[in-house]
Design a protein around this ligand. Structure first.
Ligand code: GLN
Length: 208
């Protein structure tokens, strides 16, 4: 069994906690705001929100270094803004760039889909991850994409080409690098908990 934290400095953290609470292997799901709370969990989800704001708040709360240390060794899943924070490199950052946690050897492009397509929903196939052919209904909100994989440790879990009827076989929207996982979309906004279960599986394996 594992205790899972959800970074709660900013963004859509409560929905992740609700989903985690329905998974039997999760003994406790807590919002994480302090170093003490961070050090009490086996695994962490960094939610969607605004990556620049989240990084600024983390810096002000002296959480940047504890978070960097955590993601080096403990299972962490970044969704949307969380994916940006986990990336080694992000483009379209504001003046002078923004603080990232890094560790996941990818480059991301923030707000990839621009204003005319800020948000969209689509069905993605990820049979290996989801354990079957039922697609995952993915919600993208001002989403980033992965533009570059910088290490052969990074495994592509899903491309937009896995979308029903899509011809885009290039755009990467979910990856895993050992104990780190990232998705460009918001799995906490649907009732499908298969990605949360997959992540809890990583956490269980890591703890064993
Ligand atoms: N556009 C946001 C960012 O750059 C991410 C959006 C989201 O998390 N839904 O941080």
């Amino acid at each position: 069994h594992v205790k899972v934290g959800v970074l709660a400095l900013q963004g859509a953290f409560i929905e992740h906690i609700h989903t985690l609470n329905n998974i039997a292997e999760v003994t406790e799901a807590i919002p994480v705001r302090t170093e003490e709370q961070l050090n009490s969990v086996d695994a962490l989800i960094i939610p969607g929100g605004e990556s620049t704001a989240m990084a600024l708040i983390a810096e002000r709360c002296n959480m940047l270094e504890p978070l960097r240390a955590f993601v080096r060794s403990k299972p962490t899943w970044g969704t949307c803004a969380g994916m940006i924070l986990l990336a080694d490199e992000a483009s379209k950052t504001k003046r002078g760039g923004q603080q990232l946690l890094g560790g996941l050897h990818i480059s991301v492009n923030r707000n990839q889909f621009g204003s005319q397509k800020e948000s969209f929903e689509t069905d993605l196939y990820m049979p290996e991850v989801l354990g079957g052919d039922t697609p995952f209904h993915a919600v993208f909100i001002r989403a980033p994409i992965i533009t570059e994989i910088k290490s052969d440790k990074v495994k592509v879990l899903c491309k937009l080409g896995n979308q029903v009827g899509s011809t885009d076989a290039e755009t990467i929207v979910a990856v895993q690098q050992n104990h780190l996982m990232a998705t460009a979309f918001h799995p906490e906004l649907t009732s499908d908990d298969r990605l949360h279960r997959y992540f809890v599986g990583i956490a269980l394996q890591h703890k064993a």
